[in-house]
Design a protein around this ligand. Structure first.
Ligand SMILES: *Cc1c(COP(=O)(O)O)cnc(C)c1O
Length: 388
């Protein structure tokens, strides 16, 4: 019996079965955690495909195959964090190369670009890629990579993956899409023309706030070969236990994402109608300036909401100190609801001037809506808003 699901299987089937046939020697239905660093060889150089776990590990192989299936990709590579994944991709560049990045990129991504790779002579332009004119003007003869994150963080701007990818392709520039906010379930960047899709699996892909990890997927064999070399040569690989945990998380990705979205839609509407809230940003709201584009390129709107309180930093503090069910914490995408203050927390590494330009003001709050009972989430926000 062949336990490999056909590639045209539905998302939920792939999430549960892709890359994970029962284990050959025992029939174990769950892929074992191959907690080993090395593998016995029959004769020097003669082995069963595994020689050392930095290079390859069976638990990681299964996990990578599963992610590849979910992204509709030929190849996937896993790393020890989302930023280690970014690091590997940037290592394909050379001194003098130029990267175009969206301006309100994840804080840690901005930091590795600005503080690590700039020092090595790689040039960066941070551009509002929602403005296609600005995007087009940003290309230079030495541009090698177009880096986008959509929806952006925390302003939830939507970038047109298809148009931006084709602008890049015309110039021989590779496009990378950070798909962390939508997960493989709601957005398929490779189908829209991107060359590489990346995730911080720390967020929705694993979904249980108990692993830090990253993964990338691509259909470009040359890019894959180069990145596979870097995965081993630089060595930021995930441990077998983490691979197992992310694979377990992936099995419920489709179910979780549906519920995240259902809850988020209801909370977004609630906040939009609340007198103490100035403005709500959620791609699923008609009021989102790019709602139509969001509908076109995503199959759902996700679980992230950004909103502005009426008031100043003190009001925001008071609100955040009074939530009870929402945990005041960085990160997102777990089954539990989290709330945070980007200016002080996740986006502190972005200079105050830039934050101002991007609209990350002191009354801005970001929530990651979990999959609890939505009535409880709503009641918690309601009582905390009363304290403002
Ligand atoms: C968290 C995050 C990252 C970085 O991932 P880590 O796993 O924390 O290294 C990159 N991009 C986005 C959009 C993120 O939310």
């Amino acid at each position: 019996m062949n336990h490999t699901p056909p590639t045209h299987s539905g998302f939920g089937t792939l999430a549960i079965h892709a890359g994970q046939p029962p284990e050959a020697t025992t029939g174990a239905v769950m892929t074992p955690i191959f907690q080993t660093s090395t593998y016995v060889q029959e004769s020097p150089g003669k082995h069963r495909g595994y020689e050392y776990s930095r290079t390859d590990n069976p638990t990681r192989t299964a996990y990578q195959s599963c992610v590849a299936a979910l992204e509709g990709a030929q190849h996937a590579l896993a790393f020890s964090s989302g930023l280690a994944t970014t690091d590997a991709i940037l290592h394909t560049l050379r001194t003098g190369d130029h990267v175009i990045s969206c301006d309100d990129v994840y804080g840690g991504t901005f930091r590795i670009f600005d503080k690590v790779f700039k020092k090595m002579g790689i040039e960066f332009s941070f551009v509002d890629l929602a403005d296609l004119n600005q995007a087009e003007k940003a290309f230079r003869p030495n541009t090698k990579l177009l880096w986008m994150e959509t929806p952006t963080n925390p302003m939830l701007k939507i970038l047109d993956i298809q148009t931006l990818s084709s602008l890049a392709k015309k110039r021989g520039v590779l496009t990378v899409v950070d798909n962390t906010f939508m997960s493989s379930y709601f957005q398929k960047p490779l189908q829209l023309g991107a060359d590489i899709v990346v995730h911080s699996v720390t967020k929705y892909m694993n979904g249980h706030s108990d692993v830090v990890g990253g993964v990338l997927a691509t259909n470009n064999s040359q890019v894959y070969t180069e990145l596979k070399f870097l995965q081993n040569a630089v060595g930021a690989v995930p441990a077998p236990m983490d691979c197992f945990l992310v694979m377990r998380g992936l099995k419920t990705l489709h179910v979780r994402m549906e519920r995240h979205e259902k809850n988020a839609k209801e909370i977004a509407h609630f906040l939009e109608g609340h007198p103490k809230v100035e403005r709500v940003i959620y791609p699923g709201l008609e009021s989102h300036p790019q709602h139509a584009l969001a509908k076109k390129q995503m199959s759902g709107f996700g679980g992230m909401i950004t909103f502005f309180l009426k008031g100043d930093l003190a009001a925001a503090r008071r609100f955040l100190e009074n939530v009870q069910l929402f945990s005041l914490a960085e990160s997102l995408g777990g089954v539990e609801s989290l709330i945070e203050h980007p200016a002080i927390m996740t986006h502190a590494s972005i200079p105050a001037e830039t934050r101002k330009i991007l609209g990350i003001h002191d009354n801005l709050i970001r929530v990651s809506i979990g999959i609890e009972e939505v009535s409880d989430l709503r009641a918690d926000l309601e009582q905390a808003l009363k304290e403002v």
